[in-house]
Design a protein around this ligand. Structure first.
Ligand code: ADP
Ligand code: MG
Length: 264
């Protein structure tokens, strides 16, 4: 049994008011992710990558098929599956430590345990000195560090990340990529990350999954050995980058395939 299993998952959204027709956005996805993997999902915009994360997170339910985590069907969100969104998801009226504490409160972590967890997590992401700051004084990169700290404090088993660093400048993104890999290595957690950057995928992951143009199907998979050279200028890295780029489906705007299904 894998830690995360998508079994023949199809997701369709209603497309008309009578709710009789639905547009298929994910088409029969089978995906197994083992504990401790760092999997990145890539593919054209609109192919359903965020939907895959939402299904694993339990924000959405599959139309057909099942999503299982640790052998149990996912029916709702759970702190074991923590999410980092592209949009900064901190409450602006609360300082950094209160933002994290709110998550711990929702998780029913006893009050006397919270401060310790918060300071340890902020230390790991090197944000201790901003514990009392409001999010408005933080840069985008710092806000995402706090979002990472929140998942560390919550002790989520699985980190689900939806283009978490794509709104950041290149240098900050690279630094955060290094940090997230280090945190993942030290923690033994499982990470599933959506990215539109092949370079980012090659830098962080143990496996890359490529989706087709909409409706999303899995069309490619690359397993990256631990000893792979992650230097973006190395021959090994550049060769793989070119291979993956050539595998990417054509620009979505050139294809107009749409599939519909009738659902009960
Ligand atoms: P990606 O993250 O790969 O860009 P998404 O998973 O966000 O793609 O979306 C896949 C498709 O599903 C898109 O066409 C999007 O418009 C559609 N979609 C996503 N969420 C909803 C929703 N709640 N209702 C209707 N359509 C949706
Ligand atoms: Mg998306």
């Amino acid at each position: 049994m894998s830690q995360i299993e998508l079994k023949n998952v199809t997701k369709a959204y209603y497309a008309d008011r009578k709710k009789s027709l639905a547009r298929v956005v994910l088409d029969n996805i089978c995906l197994e992710i083992e504990e401790g993997e760092f999997v990145t999902l890539i593919g054209p915009s609109g192919c359903g990558k965020t939907t895959v994360l939402n299904l694993i997170a339990g924000f959405e339910a599959p139309t057909l098929g099942t999503v299982e985590v640790n052998g149990k069907e996912v029916k709702s969100p759970s702190p074991e599956r923590g999410v980092i969104f592209q949009e900064y998801s901190l409450l602006p009226w609360m300082d950094v430590k209160s933002n994290i504490e709110l998550a711990l409160e929702c998780q029913n972590v006893p009050v006397h345990e919270r401060a310790g967890k918060i300071s340890k997590a902020l230390g790991i992401v090197r944000m201790s000195e901003f514990a009392d700051s409001r999010p408005n004084i933080l840069s985008g990169g710092m806000k995402q560090r706090v979002a990472i700290a929140r998942l560390i404090a919550m002790d989520s088993e699985i980190f689900l990340m939806d283009e978490p660093f794509s709104a950041l400048d290149e240098q900050t993104r690279k630094k955060l990529d290094e940090d997230i890999v280090e945190i993942w290595k030290n923690s033994g957690k499982t990470a599933v990350m959506v990215t539109h950057s092949i370079e980012e995928a090659l830098t962080v992951s143990t496996r890359i999954i490529m989706f087709s143009d909409s409706p999303g199907r899995i069309i490619g998979e690359w397993r990256l050995p631990e000893e792979m050279n992650r230097d973006p200028y190395s021959e090994e890295f550049v060769k793989l980058k070119i291979e993956i780029m050539e595998w990417l489906p054509a620009c979505p705007c050139t294809r107009k395939e749409r599939r519909w299904i009738a659902i009960e």
